[in-house]
Design a protein around this ligand. Structure first.
Ligand SMILES: O=P(O)(O)OC[C@H]1O[C@H](O)[C@H](O)[C@@H](O)[C@@H]1O
Length: 609
């Protein structure tokens, strides 16, 4: 049985007295008259970002290649958080001193805005909301006592519930094991990506409860998860996670899982947990149906920054991941990111490099390359955090900017056998962020597969070799180094990127905390389903005729009063026919007929042969 003491062992508040202010190590270097200019300075427009794209970045004919100069730059700019053991190396990004000087005022303004945000300002003006994910790891910073109490009580409830489940005190009503052995998480976007990343990074090899995810409305994917659970459905704790409580994919997943419970003769509410905003559709459903537990999400926590809320903390705690250590790591990183000195503020340093590398307009992609299997999902997690925050059509002044930075990557050295070829020699449309983990194996577990060389040495060599090879061909990179993958370092990494995105968003003058674009997609999906209902009604009516009245595609479109949607109508019919959807004929006109009767008339091969 897993030790339950490890879940929420340490004291609830941060041990502030040993918080060491991050120090920059200065190796005394031979003095030289002035720092070598790595690039001709480039003027930076201070106008609205709309003009930013007019900047013509000086052709990077070549980055500085002298090794002694690079060593000096490495030492000069290396950020170290001694207590976290986290380093940030920006030396392989070629920004100039002039660039840093020119950006200083904008960074000071961004850091002031971040300070206001943490004090409870309406930092999400489009939705009129505060932005409070930083309060989740240091509730003393919440702007009101009420919010602080909510945060603390929720954390205590999470720890208590998780301890009771893991210990078997809370158990499923009827399961051979007599305890919960599985977690089925149903959620999407920020209600899945954080829990998935953290599970992959931190779950023990044999956790007391193994987690799996339904994060889509794909029937086959849902069937696969339920089939893999098999009889263990009876000992599965189902977490239904949705901040809004109304996301269609999550709702569909819930309905499908509840159907599986019915068919297995199981009582879903006794194994269901809801994590959602209070009084949401999901919350009310869970309350009325008497689910096992409900945990709140707060409107001032966005989906993509919810890993330190119940969304991420409950699934992690149920896997015996030490969530208070995650929170502590994030809090230490938050503290470092409040420095007003750019070079002592790792999040500001990241944002500075992102701006330089992408001209402040996203001209290059962000390739995330953790050289550690357990961090495989970090890039998927960052895709939402970075792209849903920065990918915006308008800035805060209404200028059309079409901003953003594209993110991709998986893990090294594996990706060296996939796309690094293009990075090394091909189109130069990216910069790389290496995530380096110094410890290869737990102490005493290392093994030399050849004299003096371990597997981890190869991984280290591959990372360093790739960094050098890319830089030799003028490809810029950052390196974030942690000692090992543990709750504290994962918490710190999450906090580092949450803050860097927030600072960068201020620099480019956009709202990082709303997502208007996704509503458009949801609306369009609703229109397709509404059209499908009209198509079915038309075909049902026609199928009542004896003999069946075959309709042409045009006739179906006309009867749907949607002649302009003829292509979508064809796709709808083709999809339904591929799934053998029968027409449930209205009234009592015979047995249901296959929709294929109509597809014949609508077959493109015949129609437009
Ligand atoms: O947690 P939910 O309300 O179900 O939302 C799930 C996801 O839906 C949308 O895609 C939003 O853009 C995401 O930010 C959010 O994480």
């Amino acid at each position: 049985m897993a030790s339950i003491s490890g879940i929420c062992s340490s004291s609830p508040t941060l041990n502030h007295q040993n918080h060491s202010t991050p120090k920059r190590r200065r190796t005394p270097l031979p003095s030289f008259p002035s720092r070598p200019k790595l690039f001709p300075p480039r003027s930076l427009a201070h106008e609205a970002p709309a003009q930013l794209s007019s900047i013509t970045k000086p052709h990077h004919g070549g980055l500085e290649k002298d090794s002694r100069t690079l060593w000096r730059r490495y030492v000069e700019w290396l950020y170290q958080h001694k207590e976290l053991g986290l380093y940030l190396d920006v030396s392989r990004v070629g920004f100039t001193d002039e660039f840093v000087r020119e950006m200083e005022p904008r960074f000071q303004a961004a850091l002031r805005a971040m300070e206001d945000l943490e004090k409870g300002a309406i930092a999400n003006p489009d939705e009129g909301r505060m932005v409070g994910h930083y309060w989740l790891r240091d509730s003393s910073r919440a702007p009101t006592a009420f919010l602080k109490t909510q945060i603390d009580n929720t954390l205590d409830a999470i720890c208590s519930f998780a301890n009771d489940v893991v210990s078997g005190k809370i158990k499923p009503p009827s399961s051979p094991e007599g305890r919960f052995t599985q977690i089925l998480s149903v959620g999407i976007g920020g209600s899945a990506l954080g829990p998935q990343f953290v599970a992959e990074a931190l779950a023990p090899d044999n956790p007391p409860l193994k987690i799996r995810f339904i994060d889509n409305t794909d029937p086959a994917g849902i069937d696969h998860q339920i089939a893999q659970l098999g009889p263990e459905l009876a000992s599965t704790l189902v977490l239904v996670i949705s901040k809004s409580g109304g996301t269609p994919e999550t709702r569909n997943g819930l309905l499908e899982v509840q159907k599986a419970f019915r068919e297995a003769g199981l009582n879903f509410p006794k194994q269901g947990v809801a994590i959602t905003q209070e009084n949401s559709l999901l919350d009310n459903t869970a309350r009325i149906e008497g689910w096992l537990a409900r945990f709140p999400m707060f409107d001032w926590v966005g989906g993509r920054t919810s890993e330190m809320s119940a969304v991420g903390l409950l699934p992690a705690a149920l896997q015996t991941i030490d969530i208070r250590e995650m929170l502590a790591g994030a809090a230490l990183m938050d503290e470092a990111n409040r420095s007003t000195v750019i070079r002592n503020n790792p999040a500001a340093l990241l944002a500075l490099c992102w701006y330089w590398a992408t001209d402040g307009v996203g001209s290059k992609d962000m390739v995330i390359l953790p050289y550690k299997d357990s961090l495989l999902l970090f890039s998927r997690y960052l895709q939402q955090l970075v792209m849903e925050s920065l990918g915006k059509e308008f800035d805060l002044d209404g200028n059309r900017v079409n901003q953003g930075i594209s993110v991709y990557g998986n893990k090294g050295s594996t990706d060296q056998h996939a796309y690094i070829q293009q990075l090394r020699e091909g189109v130069h449309n990216f910069f790389v962020t290496f995530i380096e983990v110094l410890r290869d194996r737990p102490p005493g577990h290392d093994w030399e597969l050849e004299p003096g060389v371990t597997c981890g040495d190869y991984l280290f060599g591959m990372l360093q070799g790739t960094r050098s090879a890319l830089y030799a061909n003028n490809r810029e990179s950052l390196t974030v180094t942690v000692q090992e993958v543990n709750p504290r370092s994962v918490g710190a990494l999450i906090a580092l990127y949450e803050r860097a995105v927030g600072i960068y968003a201020s620099i480019i003058n956009i709202n990082a905390y709303h997502q208007p674009g996704v509503e458009a997609g949801k609306k369009a999906a609703g229109e397709v389903l509404a059209l499908q209902k009209r198509v079915l009604a038309v075909l049902n009516e026609a199928s009542c005729k004896e003999p069946v009245e075959p309709l042409t595609l045009e006739e179906v479109a006309d009867r749907c009063h949607a002649p302009e949607d003829i292509e979508m109508i064809y796709k709808i019919i083709a999809h339904m026919a591929a799934n053998d959807r029968a027409l449930i004929a209205e009234g009592n006109c015979g047995s249901p007929r296959s929709i294929k009767v109509f597809l014949g008339e609508c077959n493109l091969d015949e129609l437009y042969a």
